[in-house]
Design a protein around this ligand. Structure first.
Ligand code: NAD
Ligand code: MG
Length: 375
């Protein structure tokens, strides 16, 4: 099969994975308290000058710990604390990073370390990809979404006023260090948003994992450390395996990671970005994609129901906002994954088996009517 056998077990405390990309391969370390582990940090973070990029929410929580470990590993630390928020994933923040790098006479041997969620990770990765044509960077993700999704796979970038993630590069980190204890300070809504991507990984590629998430969703939502570590490990493993086979989204395989995202992006754009969190939109989007899969005679009704039950149990919305059917379709047509104007959907044949397809307009309209909260 195209999935590799899982190396992550429910008993693993500290999980070690490797993303296999030839000379761009890198390790992912997952476990409690890793940002305090100066031995691990010394081994994984190369170079003697480390520029830590973080934000005003994460800095008071974790910057001192991170700095202490880096210094104990014999490194000099230069912190950059950016304002918080998706709207800060922009050109001005990128320039702030470059200004500080140049003012401090940083060179190709300087390492950039992203300490934060996906916003900090994407921006720092892109800064690393372009500063002096590329310097090393390390991801220290501190949100569930970043630990299971954005820190793995090498997509980096910033937003343009005319579109999200429009400026960027594929650029792989030297290492990903996911400290599961950082999730204890995450707001509930952000935890749920990250869980959408966890559910997605099970739904598209691994029915056993999906069943495990169903069984343990209460522990996951209660932030049980062992349950979270397993979910992060298995999700990273699934994503890393997809990325290994289709690093630059050229064969079509990587596209299945967009399950729920075609509908989700329409929700985000239709309501105005930031109204629903990305993960909330993806959660609802997966319910809609499952409904469409079922209508197309692919996915059985029981599996369709399991998806919406699990999305709901993760604290995510399952009823779509009423944007108007025509507006929905218009919004989905602008998705950057579309080829030649036709909307590409990721649908399920069964739990764990996703594929890319176009759908008949009438079928799509039925799903939109059925899933939308007509007020
Ligand atoms: P985020 O980075 O905005 O973090 C969410 C909020 O949580 C922020 O306010 C942040 O400051 C705060 N926070 C972070 N860590 C915390 C902690 N430990 N305790 C308390 N608060 C904490 O959002 P996100 O959901 O992590 O990431 C979303 C971004 O990721 C988007 O910009 C999206 O485009 C990007 N993304 C990228 C990829 C990729 O492949 N590169 C994949 C998915 C998403
Ligand atoms: Mg996503």
């Amino acid at each position: 099969g195209r999935q590799k056998k899982s190396m992550v077990t429910r008993e693993s405390k500290h999980i070690h994975l490797q993303v296999d990309l030839g000379e761009r391969s890198y390790p992912i370390e997952i476990g409690p308290g890793l940002i305090n582990d100066s031995k691990l940090i010394a081994r994984l973070v190369k170079g003697s000058r480390i520029v830590v990029v973080t934000n005003t929410v994460v800095a008071p929580l974790y910057l001192e710990k991170m700095t202490r470990s880096l210094e104990a590993a014999g490194k000099q630390v230069i912190p950059i604390v950016l304002p918080d928020g998706e709207q800060e994933k922009n050109w001005a923040s990128l320039m702030t990073v470059f200004d500080i790098l140049l003012e401090n006479k940083c060179d190709r041997k300087t390492t950039l370390l992203a300490l934060g969620g996906g916003v900090i990770g994407d921006l720092t990765g892109y800064a690393a990809a372009s500063f002096m044509r590329g310097i090393p960077f390390v991801q220290v993700p501190t949100t569930l979404l970043a630990e299971v999704d954005s820190s793995v796979g090498g997509k980096t970038g910033i937003n343009h006023p005319l579109g999200k993630n429009m400026i960027g590069a594929f650029y792989q980190p030297e290492a990903v260090i996911a400290d599961t204890l950082t999730l204890n300070t995450l707001p509930d809504r952000e935890l749920s948003a990250g869980m959408a991507e966890v559910i997605k990984h099970g739904a598209i590629l691994d029915p056993d994992y999906f069943a495990w998430i169903e069984k343990d969703i209460a522990q996951l939502m209660a932030r049980d450390g062992a349950a979270l570590a397993y979910a992060i490990g298995r999700s990273c493993e699934i994503k890393a395996d997809v990325v290994r086979q289709d690093e630059r989204e050229s064969s079509g395989l990587r596209a299945i990671l967009n399950f729920g995202h075609t509908f989700g992006h329409a929700i985000e754009a239709g309501l105005g970005f930031g109204e629903w969190l990305h993960g909330e939109a993806v959660g609802c989007g997966m319910v809609m994609a499952a409904d469409l899969s079922c209508r197309m005679g692919l996915l059985d009704a029981a599996s369709t129901e399991r998806i919406s039950k699990l999305v709901k149990a993760a604290g995510l919305p399952t009823v779509a906002p009423d944007l108007g059917v025509d507006r929905w379709i218009e919004l989905m047509q602008v998705d950057k994954k579309n080829a030649g104007g036709e909307i590409q959907f990721i649908l399920l044949k069964s739990l764990g088996s996703a594929f890319v397809t176009t759908v008949p307009d009438a079928m799509l309209r039925e799903t939109l009517k059925a899933c939308v909260n007509a007020v």
